[in-house]
Design a protein. Structure first.
Length: 367
């Protein structure tokens, strides 16, 4: 019965927050949830949320900046373009935790050492955002997500950027992200193909939940630790990464090997044509998308747009010169890739493209 009363109070409070602020008692606490990754693709990086609890007022609310609606029109086009709207929502602690407990996903709580005034200020900001234009924000893979939004809110009430990234900032975003895709091979492959030069810059932005957790552990306000208590609420379990041949680089390598093994000019030209279409997409998607991560994509040197015209020039004097240009650009790509974490991932494609171009060049000379 008590839980039902709490729920009714929560609903009433949520409806009335717009018109008036609820005063927190000196027993109120503010904490940050860092949630582990799950098996679904969109849970790959984990999650961040804010909890406000007040035993005197019977409040226990979790504010979640990771909400989105699959039902929105042109969802995937909006996601690719970079104008998909995420939003903040409030839910009860029990409802929030139920999902993570049922999925055995780790939840770590860090209670913040804030004054009652700062807690009230944050509480008011969060509640106001539920009923204003601040509720929605345009999702950006690195620059704006559930973690960066929470970092902004905490730093805002502290009056200065107390919370800063403490993890290694001398490695690239691509290298930071690479281990997260171990259980999603094709996602890892696709992400590393579509991501451009920005993800190879130093990862100075605090944007991942685990990085936020580490930064909070080290953060201090007026010489005192910002985190007064740290507790694991859900232990979580390791995700089984069972090997699947069809979900691995070995399957891709086999397919490319079989293509190369045919030694048929028509099959080579068809494969290169498909790669060329990919290259056109990689070259043009930056003009369409607002995601800076897809700009200046050097993978277009491997999946070269000029491959698209190969079948139409196969019997002309220009064909040999175009193949030579493709080989030169492939060599440049190899040099660019030497220090990149996804080099091994791309080696089957590099070898296949080189072999097909080399064989086409040789057959052109024989003709």
């Amino acid at each position: 019965m008590l839980k039902k009363l709490h729920f009714v109070f929560f609903i009433f409070a949520s409806l009335s927050l717009f018109s008036q602020n609820i005063p927190l008692s000196d027993k109120a606490t503010v904490s940050i949830f860092t949630c582990g990754k799950g098996e679904e693709l969109y849970t790959t990086f984990g999650h961040t949320a804010i909890r406000v609890r007040d035993s005197i007022s019977h409040l226990d609310i979790v504010y979640n900046y990771g909400m989105f609606d699959f039902r929105v029109g042109n969802f995937y086009l909006k996601f690719v373009k970079g104008d998909l709207q995420y939003f903040v929502a409030a839910t009860s602690y029990d409802d929030f935790m139920f999902e993570y407990q049922s999925e055995n996903r780790e939840v770590i709580e860090q209670t913040l050492n804030l004054t009652t005034q700062k807690k009230q200020e944050l509480f008011d900001i969060l509640n106001a955002s539920l009923y204003s234009e601040d509720r929605y924000y345009t999702y950006k893979f690195i620059d704006r997500n559930c973690t960066t939004m929470v970092v902004e809110k905490i730093n805002a009430i502290l009056g200065k950027p107390i919370i800063k990234k403490v993890d290694n900032t001398s490695i690239s975003y691509r290298k930071v992200l690479y281990p997260y895709f171990e259980n999603h091979f094709y996602y890892k492959l696709g992400i590393n193909i579509i991501f451009g030069a920005k993800t190879d810059t130093d990862a100075k932005k605090l944007f991942l939940p685990i990085e936020f957790l580490n930064s909070l552990d080290k953060a201090k306000v007026d010489g005192k630790p910002l985190v007064s208590k740290k507790e694991t609420l859900v232990e979580g379990k390791e995700i089984d990464s069972k090997f699947s041949f069809f979900n691995s680089i070995y399957f891709i390598a086999l397919v490319l090997f079989l293509i190369v093994l045919t030694r048929k000019k028509s099959i080579y030209l068809t494969t290169l044509f498909v790669f060329g279409l990919m290259g056109i997409f990689l070259s043009l998607v930056g003009l369409y998308s607002l995601h800076q991560e897809v700009l200046w994509n050097y993978n277009a040197l491997l999946f070269n747009p000029i491959f698209v015209i190969f079948p139409f020039f196969r019997n002309t004097k220009w064909f040999g010169k175009m193949i030579a240009l493709g080989l030169i650009l492939l060599l440049i790509y190899i040099i660019v890739m030497l220090n990149k974490p996804h080099l091994l991932l791309m080696i089957p494609f590099i070898m296949a493209v080189f072999y097909m171009l080399f064989q086409l060049k040789r057959k052109t000379k024989e003709a």
